[in-house]
Design a protein around this ligand. Structure first.
Ligand code: NDP
Length: 338
């Protein structure tokens, strides 16, 4: 293959106030970077867009540094090694790394993980067999302390993480699995394709009423991807000794003012509810167990996954904006090259 001569990257043009727009991003053509000692030149094939990237667009202190205005953004990507300065990687190897949002990346070899496209499609290392899958696994089993017989409610249920939480709970012997999502088609997907016992469209009416109808005997676990009204509804439907794993609060990521708290927090006392924040980075040591358990089930079709794929690096902003407005079912990805 001839050496690539031109590259494209997506930079953060400006920090968004509220909902990001196309103006949040700059699409910039640039030169292919050159790897130094200990580095790889990687031609990216597929990249992830994730809700957490919205947080990194803000100039606020968090568990990862904010994106820098005027610089290429970062995120999970899988690519092919084009040049390598280290023995462990050869041209043609496929690697998972954190320098997405660009066609070509110079990656420190010690920050690249080899992945095998013959074992599973390369895109799955960004979704069902990657970070979102581990989030679902650790979040349900560790953070929410799921046990057989629990009734589980998950919001954002048709998304990358939520769709796996519901299926895992089903496989592990949940009494009842309930999901919420933002369209009739997603609700159908949950009940007819993923085996959820019940699902509802949170846009159809008050979440508390819809959840109470779907869970007449209450819930034992709530896996929160959304926050706000969903969290309040889950507290209201929670059984005694219920557990809430707070994974995400996407309904609040674009808020420009502090958002109201659930108005029923006092119920935490009588119901002895445990609410635990969940950060997937804390559970990285479970990756091996998770893949060992998930990969065969995915291969056998016992765990299903969807991907919504947007084509072309120049359309990566559109993919990200679509993620925030529910354009995806399952994992939202950008195909950069084939
Ligand atoms: P998803 O694939 O679930 O995509 C995001 C979805 O959120 C959209 O498809 C949309 O679906 C839904 N959504 C958007 N706005 C709203 C809203 N106002 N109210 C309700 N739903 C909304 O993303 P992921 O699976 O990657 O992430 C899910 C959640 O998990 C996010 O909150 C994310 O931040 C969090 N997360 C946390 C991690 C951690 O370590 N704590 C790790 C990974 C993810 P719909 O059509 O249903 O509205």
């Amino acid at each position: 293959m001839n050496a690539p001569t031109s590259a494209t990257e997506i930079r953060l043009a400006a920090r968004p106030h509220g909902v990001p727009t196309q103006d949040t991003f700059d699409v910039v053509d640039t030169e292919v970077p050159t790897p130094g000692p200990g580095q790889l030149l990687v031609r990216n094939l597929v990249m992830s867009v994730d809700p957490a990237m919205r947080g990194r667009m803000n100039d606020s202190k968090s568990y990862v540094a904010p994106f820098v205005v005027g610089e290429a953004m970062e995120g999970g990507a899988v690519g092919e090694v084009v040049e390598s300065t280290v023995d462990q990687f050869k041209p043609g190897d496929h690697v998972l790394h954190q320098l997405g949002w660009r066609t070509h990346a110079v990656v420190d070899a010690n920050r690249a993980v080899k992945v095998d496209g013959s074992l599973a499609p390369l895109s799955t290392y960004l979704g069902v067999l990657g970070m979102p899958g581990l989030t679902a696994y650790a979040g349900l089993l560790v953070s929410a302390e799921f046990k057989e017989g629990d009734t589980v409610f998950v919001s954002g249920a048709a998304g990358a993480v939520g769709s796996l939480v519901g299926q895992l709970a089903r496989l592990k012997g949940a009494k009842r699995v309930i999901g919420s999502a933002g369209s009739a088609e997603k609700v159908r997907y949950l009940t007819e394709e993923l085996g959820f016992d019940a699902a509802f469209n949170y846009k159809d009416g008050p979440v508390a009423e819809q959840l109470a109808a779907a869970a007449p005997e209450g819930i034992d676990v709530y896996f929160d991807n959304v926050g706000g009204e969903h969290l309040e509804a889950a507290i209201a439907s929670m059984n005694v000794h219920g557990r809430i794993a707070v994974c995400g609060m996407i309904s609040q990521y674009n808020a420009t003012e502090p958002t109201p708290a659930p108005r029923n927090l006092v119920q935490i006392i009588a119901k002895r509810i445990t609410i635990r924040g969940l950060l997937v980075l804390d559970h990285w040591h479970l990756m091996k167990d998770f893949v060992a358990e998930f990969a065969p089930k995915v291969a056998a079709g016992e765990i299903k996954y969807s991907e919504t794929v947007v084509d072309g690096i120049r359309n990566a902003p559109e993919a990200f904006l679509g993620l925030l407005s529910g354009a995806n079912t399952g994992k939202m990805l950008v195909r950069i090259s084939s």
